[in-house]
Write a protein that binds this ligand. Sequence first.
Ligand SMILES: [Zn+2]
Ligand SMILES: [Zn+2]
Ligand SMILES: [Zn+2]
Length: 95
Amino acid sequence: MSCPKCGSRAIVYSCEPKCCFNHVCSDCTSTFQPATEATGGKLTGVAPPDPLPDCTEPAAPCTKCESIAVFQLDDGRLVCTDCGTLLRLLYTEVA
Ligand SMILES: [Zn+2]
Ligand SMILES: [Zn+2]
Ligand SMILES: [Zn+2]
C-alpha cells in the first residue's frame, strides 16, 4: 500500500479494524481509508503469510466478507485468504 497523495510507502494504520480503517502517511500526513473491490476472480488455497503482519501494518477489509485477511501476492494482486476473492485496492476519504 502506498500513499494516494505522495506515493510514500511509510503508511501507518492508526486505528483498529473494529473501529475504522484510518491510515496515516508518515511523510505528508495525509489520511485515508483503504477499501477493496473484487476484480472478478477467485483463488483458493492461499495461506496467510507466516508470521502475520504486525497490527500497525497497513490493512484493508475484504469487500465480500469484511475479513482483514487481505494480503498481497508476489505478483502484486491482493487476495482475501478467508474467502479467496481477488481484490483491488481503493483509497477512500483521502484528506
Ligand atoms: Zn503521503
Ligand atoms: Zn477509528
Ligand atoms: Zn473475503
